[in-house]
Design a protein around this ligand. Structure first.
Ligand code: HEM
Length: 417
């Protein structure tokens, strides 16, 4: 590894935390290289960005996930024993359980629930002096996804459960109290879902008929590649792997309102589905969400003239690949039109991972995310809203990033009455 461009600090974790989404991109720029070596969390790590790096990272013969993600992320964001840490047949089998939820009808059912909840919320927003869009979208999504997944959610628990799911995302990259809050939220949420799984398993015959529609029932009765039911805690982790990231789409909903406000000239015609789709793709490319994904090399690999040693941890820069100047013209400009004549391949636009959804760890919720974002444009277009003075800056050193204000809207009411 002597030839690889390298950071010569004893440990670069503080730089990474200080620069956030820009850390890997900044170093790739300085080293004029898509790869460099650094010590992160006291371990030799290869940081990479760009489409060619994504192809290496998502090659399942070269890279594995077991033992790649730091334990502090598993204890907050992912949960222990979930699909994110599996490889090979165990991964493909578990992944199919998620992919089975993503039929066009299944996705429509979730989108319809979200639209109904949005409509309900709008009647309330009309009576409010200010609408905190981020918080409101979290409540909408929490109600809708719990109902969709077959998870009972009494109205009295809505606020508590929404905060728990949100805390797992918010505190994942943090240190100190926010991190510990995220851990407590995960423990509590896993206990909550675990009890529901036990109930389904006590009388599975009661649930056979509704099995098709509900992640709770499907996952509770799912059998692994050896024909065994999954441990209850693991089922809870996987059901939370549906609830938590769906709630996280609230961040993209805020980014859509932010982009419509900041670049009104790019606003798509709502009767033009292609224009709406281009806008959504550009929001997913431009705005920060997941900074990196982690894997480990299974064995020594020759790549771009370097020998990369087996066992080394890789960090693929998702944000940086979406902003890679070698892959995107004027990457720091928000321009949905860039997608008009551009094929989107599996390696260059990777806010939700790259490669193949069935084989790789690419996000199974990508279609849900895109559909919910497209609907958000239509819902926001059907509303009158103004944006009062507020701090709309997005600090790229903060992970996960969001406009400081959470996006406050005023004078909200339906446009076509
Ligand atoms: C807010 C929008 C979302 C973003 C930005 C996002 C992003 C991601 C990313 C970056 C990965 C990891 C890719 C990798 O490790 O290579 C991932 C994996 C995953 N996502 Fe999403 N996601 C979103 C929404 C969703 C939704 C709506 C669901 C489910 C309904 C979902 C479920 C999952 C699961 C289960 C995995 C693990 C897949 C595997 O390990 O094979 N995500 N997502």
């Amino acid at each position: 590894m002597t030839d690889l461009p390298a950071e010569h600090r004893l440990d670069s974790t503080l730089d990474l935390m200080g620069e956030g989404y820009l850390y890997i991109g900044n170093r790739c720029q300085t080293h004029a290289s898509p790869i460099f070596r650094a010590r992160i969390l006291f371990e030799n790590t290869l940081c990479l960005r760009g489409a060619e790096a994504a192809k290496l990272f998502y090659n399942t013969e070269t890279c594995r996930r077991a033992g790649a993600a730091p334990m502090r992320l598993q204890k907050t964001l992912f949960g222990v024993g979930g699909v994110q840490g599996l490889d090979d047949e165990a991964h493909r089998h578990r992944k199919a359980m998620f992919m089975d939820l993503m039929s066009p009808e299944g996705i429509d059912a979730l989108v319809n629930r979200v639209n109904t909840e949005w409509q309900r919320a709008l009647t309330r927003w009309e009576t409010m002096a200010e609408v905190h869009l981020f918080k409101e979208c979290q409540f909408i999504l929490c109600r809708a996804v719990c109902a969709w997944a077959g998870v009972p959610l009494p109205e009295a628990d809505l606020e508590r459960r929404t905060h728990q799911l949100a805390a797992m995302i918010d505190g994942a990259g943090a240190v100190g109290p926010r991190h510990w809050q995220a851990r407590r939220s995960r423990d509590d949420a896993e206990n909550w879902i675990g009890k529901l799984v036990e109930k389904v398993r006590r009388t599975p015959e009661d649930y056979e008929e509704s099995r098709e529609q509900s992640a709770l029932i499907r996952f509770s009765l799912h059998r692994d590649e050896h024909g065994e039911l999954l441990p209850i805690r693991v089922v809870a982790v996987e059901i939370l792997n549906v609830l938590r990231p769906t709630l996280a789409v609230s961040r993209y909903m805020v980014f859509i309102a932010h982009a419509l406000h900041c670049w009104p000239e790019t606003r798509p015609d709502v009767d033009d589905d292609d224009a709406i789709h281009r806008f959504v793709q550009e929001v997913r490319r431009y705005y920060p969400f997941f900074p990196v994904a982690a894997a480990r090399l299974r064995h020594d690999v020759e790549w771009q003239g370097y020998t990369l040693p087996g066992g080394t941890r890789l960090l693929l820069d998702l944000y940086g690949t979406n902003h890679d100047p070698d892959g995107w013209e004027a990457p720091e400009t928000f321009d949905p039109e860039r997608f008009r004549h551009r094929e989107v391949d599996a390696w260059q636009l990777i806010p939700q991972g790259g490669g193949d959804h069935h084989v790789n760890h690419r996000c199974p919720g990508e279609w849900i995310t895109i559909r919910l974002m497209e609907e958000t444009i239509r819902r926001l277009d059907a509303m009158h809203w103004t944006v009062p003075e507020q701090d709309l800056a997005i600090d790229l050193s903060e992970i996960p990033a969001l406009p400081d204000s959470g996006m406050i809207l005023r004078e909200v009411h339906p446009r076509h009455e």
